[in-house]
Design a protein around this ligand. Sequence first.
Ligand code: SAM
Length: 381
Amino acid sequence: MTIDLPTPDQYGQDISRDLRTRINKKLSINENWMSFDQYMNCVLYDTEFGYYHNGSPKFGSAGDFVTAPELSGLFGRALAEPIINIIEQMRDPVILEVGAGTGQLAVDLIGTLSAHSVYPRYYILETSAELRERQSSLIASANMKVEWLDSLPTKPIQGVVLANEVLDAMPALCFTKQDGKMHPLGVQAEKGNFVWSPGKEDYELSKIVKAIEKRLGYVLPDGFRSEVCPARDAWITTMAGIIEKGAILTIDYGLTEREYYHEQRNSGTLSCYFKHRMHRDPFKWPGLQDISVWVDFSACARAAEKIGLSVAGYTTQGQFLANSAAIQQLGIADTEDEMRVVQSLKTLLLPGEMGERFKLLLLSRNLLQNSLPGRDFRDRL
Ligand SMILES: C[S@@+](CC[C@H](N)C(=O)[O-])C[C@H]1O[C@@H](n2cnc3c(N)ncnc32)[C@H](O)[C@@H]1O
């Protein structure tokens, strides 16, 4: 199926051409093949031409997608509730936000926390120098204090590691099953374009997918394709390693393992965003579109439990927001501004929008009590 996407401006086309050249060079020294996680890493994180580094607008109406903090300050206000419950249990708490986008969530959270007289140290860990600059100017204009880290804290922290829509942006491996064997689905160059290319059967990948099949109790059919993301599990392990007391709170598109690898979800979850059009071709305009792979929250929970964290909460964004005090205390909308709030709330809450697709996972260590507002879906993980 061909996708009808708008043509980028000349500046964008030049960036995409230069990135393409760089990827072609990598392919040429590796027998014209790279795994999908390597490709995703190049197109999103090449430090010059990659999507998160090349200066494209990304967020909001001029960009490619809208995240919850960009839609409404209510999201940050609602997130402040479980965060306050956690950091109130500490003397010198820290919030470490990973992948802070424009910095909007930091502004909303710090504002809400100070309204409750809660003043944690706020750190941001951001891989993109360009986004770090955008965050810095927004946070400075709000007169707030944040410290940017170049690497993870070397000493254990007490507090909350927060990541909204970051785990879906981590490079994932795509695979397909053929004749009962698991093959990585990689990338090759063909007539000036990049195309999918199945690689040789891969032992490590087979081991991961066979373990999934064993837990599910059925064998995935031939032709099934999907993704796994060892980088995400490694991220959870690393973050868990720096938390002495506190929690990781992640919010993202995602599913449980059983939903993710359901026989009917046989073409995976990979999604691309260009100028607010969602499609499934990661080879269109490399460097100019966002690529995301949904999160397997069961895998995140397993990685966390392996390193001693407890799964303290798992619910949908819709459930979480509908049960948060920030939203329950809203009045009836009768002005235009309030109507706009209602409109953004519908997008955040409704099942057909972000309400069901987005989930919150809370992973904790050494906390007295903590949970998330909304229905508890932990038994589904
Ligand atoms: C889709 S944006 C989400 C931004 C923001 N959290 C929001 O909700 O608007 C993904 C963000 O994660 C950052 N990012 C991706 N991988 C990262 C990593 N491993 N460590 C830190 N930041 C990362 C990107 O640069 C970007 O800021």
